[in-house]
Design a protein around this ligand. Structure first.
Ligand code: ADP
Ligand code: MG
Length: 242
């Protein structure tokens, strides 16, 4: 197995609060890794640190064997790491197509080529028929797919997904889950932050659990969901399996 992304002793302090504390993790090539934990446990902060939006107080981020801790976000994106945001904010006065073209321009200076790539990505996420609509006129599920398309437009090898299923109905969730698996099958490793345990169990190879910024468990989804510490910190008793 090849490790594509690694956090080594990552800590992030905001004033007196440790949003992350000594977190080690690895993402293997071709893997979908779940990242779960209560609200405020540090999941989004971990994504911000990996993508260079925040610098860690301590620790290193290593991608494809190289230390990227000090790099600015656009350079980390160039290295092949993309993310979605917990609050999806499409450029609301641009068309769906142009929302995706912007990211594609990271990889090519040729506008026609960028448009071609963007169309292919919209087709891949099932939004092609909306290409000419404005970002602000999309439904919730369409906005989620646009968020995925924007992230894919930079041609990532690693994709970090922050609660992309929040606010969706079960059938819509299934559509997103299928897309996430197809993205993985296309050669992109993923870290998925999600509160819906059914979704985590369906697609994740492994899961890590944060609580108050610390990693409290790691393992296969079923093992982690049966872990007493995880149940007490996050899941509650109804998840106790035996
Ligand atoms: P999660 O995504 O797991 O809900 P976050 O990573 O957003 O958690 O937040 C972890 C903790 O760090 C929370 O207590 C939050 O209030 C705090 N926090 C996050 N970002 C900032 C910031 N920019 N400044 C100060 N505190 C922050
Ligand atoms: Mg969050």
């Amino acid at each position: 197995m090849t490790t594509v992304l690694e956090g080594r002793g990552l800590s992030k302090r905001f004033g007196g609060l440790w949003a992350l504390r000594g977190v080690d993790f690895r993402l293997e090539e071709g893997e979908i890794l779940g990242l779960i934990g209560p609200n405020g446990s540090g999941k989004t902060t971990l994504f911000n640190v990996v993508t260079g939006f925040l610098k860690p107080t301590e620790g290193r981020v290593v991608a494809f064997g190289e230390d990227i801790t000090a790099l600015p976000p656009y350079k980390i994106c160039q290295r092949g790491i993309a993310r979605t945001f917990q609050i999806a904010r499409p450029f609301s006065d641009l068309t769906v197509l142009d929302n995706v073209v912007i990211g594609a321009l990271l990889r090519t200076g040729d506008p026609e080529e960028a448009v071609e790539k963007a169309k292919n990505i919209l087709d891949f996420v099932g939004l092609y028929r909306k290409a000419r609509d404005l970002g602000k006129n999309l439904t919730t599920i369409e906005r989620k797919h646009l968020e995925l398309a924007k992230a894919l437009s930079t041609e990532p090898k690693i994709l970090l997904l922050d609660e992309v299923m929040a606010g969706l109905k079960p059938a819509e969730m299934d559509a997103i889950l299928k897309t996430l698996v197809r993205i993985r099958d296309s050669g992109v490793s993923e870290i998925v932050v999600e509160h819906v345990m059914r979704a985590i169990e369906a697609i994740c190879d492994r899961v890590i659990v944060l609580d108050y910024g610390e990693k409290i468990a790691e393992g296969k989804p079923r093992e982690v969901m049966a872990n007493g510490k995880v149940i007490d910190a996050y899941l509650g008793r109804e998840y106790r399996l035996a």
